[in-house]
Design a protein around this ligand. Structure first.
Ligand code: IFM
Length: 732
């Protein structure tokens, strides 16, 4: 049975065929290896059922549209019948139709009662999950009856036709069906599905394995199936529940006083946990996770800048695999930089199985115009974003081994890229152009502030990496430098470019100009144009858009969000005041970043408004595209708002700073935070913060200095605008 507590579940009652695709995204069950949309077992007219296998993509025969995810067999399909009568929602009268997604257990439940045209009433219940303790397994349980007569379910398991499928081999045994699916110019997926049925009750296990293009299968579905059958469904479900329990223990964010915010957070965390895989670097996280077809499952900077911090501080093994995925794609990133006339590594703006850039050349804009997509050619900040995530991993774990073997190569090769990407101008400064920053309304600009500042930061971290490794492991560093053909002259150039890369910040107002001549563009107030969020293309048209200061998504503010310690409060405040009114939030990435920045500035109520806007992107389908899958970056931005924004946690180089600033309606905010092998539990209200440390750590409160705290529990009070020093709490 699903959990009773309404703050741990999402429930939808009734049936609206035209909303079905949105619900299928919401109710997806996934475990980082596979994801299955929440389609009804028997199907429905507008349904778009799919099971995705992370990292398995195929190409169309003419290779026109880049890699697309392979769609697996519809393992949840049932064809319920009462004797020869079909049982479907559209036939007869619906008496009850409810889906309940139980976040705590990671199980999707369904309750259905239908009056058939004959007057008979059927009862159907099902439960399904993607096992979290054994990521090869998917499980479905169902039962259906009509006045004591069991329903029959049929044995068919359809294979949806997908453009990326080249070949499917299929073997049917007595109670088992095996599929081998070959993606065109891609990997392979294997499904072994076993069903047992007895008097209206059904149990089904689906075991999955996958193979990279040209590679051997990772695990055997037959063995996974045997494991599941041996354990039995009840024990398998128990292990799955236990695995979810551990994830929630490490990541749950408790909000008291605001049930909507609590539910939105748990919904977001459910989908984030569902997409993590700590065991392998086979795949990264697509912009819509494993919940829908949006962006063809491609991986963007959404992963490093939004999703990864959540894992870094709740399940660092997943963050590590996400970085390893990028490391694995370094050869493609080097080739891409070379092909554009640069050195070092330029990661794909859109990446799939092999790391080659797969940004489509054309796309349909919100105003239904087929337009060339320039992001693949010009949106290069992705390289700095990957370096940023890698550095954050290093700062958070202090794992020198990982830095030497994996992280350093990413940071150094991306630094090298920027030193070739920046060119000296007639004014003697280095410039980056043409370029697209996070604000994609303005293409082909010069010196995008976000890109330039992150590039400078990347160059500096490259230098720091060289310095650090040469001190810590001189022979390891020499071997790495030799392998990368890095010389002193390269490092000298990095210093030069970092020092002389153009920065445009008005000395009086402290506002960073988003790019050269941005301030000359027509000034515009976004909120006066249309209720936000809105698509700028629809309101202004593409041509006018480029000539105005309307910003699609946090750009200068994104910079300040990514590097919070680098910008004084008054600079962030000035930039927030300037850019916030000019932003349409045409991207789902934007509201959450505004929420974090506002929360850190102490604008708690404004931040809460943005938090709600970010939450509504999927739960209210605010961008009219929830049917294409859950917006993973927006989901992650809710965690960032709660923990980094309202919770006020900043992982600084030498301490963890904690400065909670709760909105008036939040009476309590509590969460765990993983940092340097320590789990730090923060529990705050508006006047007090309680901190529990698993091992000693340097902690600073508010603007105070760091203090070494031993393992234990502490309490600090807020008064006169400051936090008191933490006092140890006696434990009885
Ligand atoms: O990565 C984003 C981009 O910043 C804005 N357009 C959508 C992409 C995928 O979410």
């Amino acid at each position: 049975m699903p959990v009773q507590d309404v703050l741990w579940r999402l429930e939808s009652a009734g049936f609206d065929r035209f909303r079905e695709r949105d619900l299928e995204s919401w109710f997806a069950v996934a475990n980082g290896r596979t994801g299955t949309r929440g389609s009804l077992e028997e199907g429905s007219p507008e349904s778009n059922p799919a099971t995705y296998v992370a990292g398995i993509y195929g190409r169309r025969p003419d290779d026109s549209s880049g890699p697309e995810p392979l769609i697996g067999p519809q393992w949840t399909f049932l064809d319920p019948r009462l004797a020869d009568t079909e049982v479907r929602l559209e036939i007869g009268e619906i008496l009850e139709q409810r889906r309940v997604l139980d976040f705590r257990q990671g199980i999707l439940f369904r309750f259905w009662r239908q009056r058939l045209p004959s007057g008979q009433e059927i009862t159907f219940r099902s439960a399904r999950f993607a096992a979290l303790h054994d990521r090869q397994l998917l499980v479905l349980q169902a039962d259906g009856h009509c006045d004591g007569t069991p329903l029959a379910f049929g044995a068919d398991i359809p294979l949806p036709a997908g453009p990326s499928l080249e070949h499917a081999a299929f073997t049917r045994g007595r109670d088992q069906v095996d599929f081998e699916l070959v993606a065109r110019k891609g990997g392979r997926a294997f499904f072994s599905i076993s069903t047992s049925e007895s008097r209206g009750s059904l149990e089904r296990f689906a075991a999955v394995a996958r193979a990279a293009p040209g590679g051997q299968p990772e695990g055997s579905p037959t063995e996974a199936l045997a494991r599941a059958k041996k354990a039995g469904l009840t024990a398998t479900r128990e292990q799955h529940r236990k695995a979810w329990g551990e994830r929630w223990e490490a990541s749950d964010v408790v909000v008291e006083g605001d049930p909507d915010a609590q539910l939105a957070l748990r919904f977001a965390l459910y989908h984030l946990i569902s997409v993590g895989d700590p065991e392998t670097d086979f795949a990264s996280v697509g912009a819509r996770g494993l919940t829908g077809p949006g962006y063809n499952g491609h991986v963007f900077w959404d992963t490093e800048a939004f999703v990864l911090p959540f894992f870094l501080h709740t399940h660092p093994e997943v963050a590590r695999q996400l970085i390893r995925y990028r490391h694995r794609t370094l050869p493609a990133a080097r080739a891409r930089a070379r092909s554009l006339g640069y050195t070092g590594a330029l990661f794909a703006w859109e990446s799939a199985d092999d790391g080659r850039d797969c940004t489509p050349p054309f796309a349909l804009t919100p105003d239904h115009v087929v337009t060339p997509v320039l992001t693949g050619r010009e949106e290069h900040h992705i390289s700095a974003d990957v370096a940023w995530a890698t550095w954050r991993y290093w700062e958070t774990t202090r794992d020198e081994e990982f830095l030497l073997r994996v992280g350093a190569e990413i940071v150094l090769e991306t630094a090298r890229f920027w030193s070739s990407r920046a060119r000296r101008g007639a004014d003697g400064c280095f410039h980056i152009a043409p370029v697209i920053g996070p604000d994609e309304y303005h293409e082909g600009v010069r010196d995008n502030a976000y890109t330039n500042e992150l590039a400078r930061w990347n160059l500096e971290r490259g230098l720091e990496t060289a310095e650090l490794l040469s001190r810590a492991d001189s022979s390891g560093w020499k071997a790495l430098a030799r392998r990368l053909k890095l010389e002193e002259a390269d490092l000298a150039r990095w210093r030069l470019v970092a020092d002389q890369l153009m920065r445009r910040c008005d000395a009086d107002t402290m506002v960073y100009e988003q790019f050269e001549d941005f301030f000359e563009l027509e000034d515009i107030n976004a909120a006066e144009l249309a209720p936000r969020p809105f698509a700028g293309e629809l309101v202004l048209g593409r041509d006018r858009l480029q000539k105005t200061q309307l910003v699609k998504q946090a750009d200068v503010l994104m910079l300040m969000h990514m590097l919070p310690s680098a910008y004084p409060r008054e600079v962030v405040a000035a930039n927030y005041r300037y850019y916030e009114p000019r932003t349409s939030h045409g991207s789902s990435l934007s509201p959450g970043v505004h929420a974090v920045v506002a929360a850190r500035l102490g604008l708690a109520e404004e931040a809460l408004g943005y938090f709600r806007m970010a939450a509504a992107i999927d739960l209210d389908d605010r961008m009219r595209n929830a049917a294409f899958g859950i917006h993973m970056a927006a989901a992650a931005s809710l965690w960032q708002t709660a923990v980094l924004g309202f919770g006020g946690v900043t992982a600084e180089a030498d301490c963890l700073r904690v400065d909670p600033k709760l909105p008036a309606s939040w009476t309590r905010l509590a969460f765990p935070f993983w940092w340097r092998d320590n789990v730090i539990r923060i529990d705050a209200d508006r006047s007090e913060v309680r901190i529990e440390l698993r091992s000693p750590a340097d902690v600073a409160l508010g603007a105070g200095s760091p203090r070494r705290l031993a393992r234990g529990r502490y309490r600090a009070r807020f008064g006169n605008g400051n936090w008191s020093q933490p006092e140890e709490v006696e434990t009885g």
